[in-house]
Design a protein around this ligand. Structure first.
Ligand code: AMP
Length: 347
């Protein structure tokens, strides 16, 4: 796939959550059509051109999906390997399989990052419960045990304090606790031609492992922000990446430590919808479609706040708030911890 996608082309999106929904809107704004593949509930299905609602094990559905699209991207990095193998035999997948393989497993991710000279929290592989005491002896306490696969929003994580250590129940990594002064993230994009661009790094606040808010500009020194952007560029270049990636970083006295990378658009990049001419969703679609990257320079100060669970009850007040952009994901039920929407407040 060397030529840019022509108007009317179809972009396949694996995963139909809010990220897929906002990617679908961006695709349609650029004259493309989105075909979403999602086994469960699909907020993206409301806005996409078409929706396949089938399990990732359904070969016939995967084949029909691949046949109907020009390129495949994803909003979710844990798509089963067998489904990806089948799709890749039929259509290009962007970002590439290596980016997915690296980020699907916290151990391969850390090996990759350390391998290109980037710092992570000190870590040990904890294949089984029997490996845990040895790992704790080496890494120390406090530390955090995280399942290698399928963890998100703080799920599959156990804090190891002074007491007896709980087991996660699956192969995990033990990470030393990082004494950070701030959490920032870089939303970086790389085009099919190798051009790299990054949005301004945002300052993130998490609660209970879930992102609460992102603020730009962050309050961090310029030298740290420059380092963050250069480091993110190194990651996407090393992976020969095409698309948008979220790189989550801890700011420490010893410099920047990479917490995790997400090979997709990222919650901490939602502020770009109100702060830039081209937001992260359009940037991702541009990259995947082989178009030039757009202008992601920040022209406003923005605070993004997630609406989690019953935060959604604040909606009447938020709808009346000045300089406030409301984004709702169309989810019917507001369960605790569930991301229902977000607001971008122009400061
Ligand atoms: P994660 O799911 O790995 O992104 O972790 C969610 C949040 O937990 C992070 O954004 C941090 O606030 C916190 N956290 C994760 N890992 C560590 C660590 N090694 N040291 C200190 N805090 C951490």
């Amino acid at each position: 796939m060397n030529e840019p996608l022509a108007p009317g082309a179809v972009i396949g999106i694996l995963g139909g959550g809010q990220l897929g929904r906002m990617l679908s809107v961006a695709a349609s704004r650029l004259g493309y059509r989105a075909h979403v593949y999602e086994p469960g509930a699909a907020p993206a299905g409301d806005v996409a051109h078409s929706l396949t609602n089938a399990p990732y094990e359904d070969e016939a559905a995967l084949r029909a999906f691949a046949a109907s699209v020009d390129v495949v991207t994803y909003e979710f990095e844990n798509v089963p390997t067998s489904a990806l193998d089948l799709i890749e035999s039929l259509r290009p997948i962007r970002p590439n399989r290596r980016a997915l393989a690296v980020s699907q497993d916290r151990m391969t991710e850390k090996e990759f990052l350390n391998g290109i000279g980037l710092a992570t929290a000190p870590w040990r592989n904890v294949e089984t419960e029997a490996d845990l005491p040895g790992a704790i002896a080496e890494i120390g306490r406090p530390s955090i045990l995280k399942t290698r696969r399928l963890g998100y929003d703080g799920k599959g994580q156990v804090r190891i304090g002074e007491g007896p250590a709980e087991w996660t129940g699956a192969p995990s990594v033990l990470e030393g606790f990082v004494d950070f002064s701030a959490e920032i993230s870089v939303i970086v994009a790389r085009g099919a031609d190798g051009q790299v661009a990054a949005f301004d790094p945002g300052l993130n606040v998490h609660q209970g492992g879930i992102l609460r808010r992102t603020t730009v500009p962050s309050d961090q020194p310029g030298a740290i922000l420059t380092d963050a952007v250069l480091l993110a560029a190194r990651i996407v270049n090393a992976l020969d990446y095409v698309g948008v990636m979220g790189v989550e970083l801890f700011v420490t006295r010893q410099g920047l430590i990479v917490n995790e990378i997400a090979p997709r658009v990222h919650n901490s990049g939602h502020w770009t919808q109100a702060g830039c001419a081209v937001d992260q969703f359009e940037q991702h679609i541009r990259a995947v479609a082989g178009l030039p990257l757009g202008d992601g320079q920040r022209y406003a100060d923005v605070r993004m706040e997630n609406l989690i669970g019953d935060d959604i009850d604040r909606l009447p007040e938020l709808l009346r708030a000045p300089r406030t952009q409301v984004h709702l994901y169309g989810k019917a039920e507001a369960r605790p911890g569930r991301k229902m929407g977000h607001v971008n407040i122009v400061l």
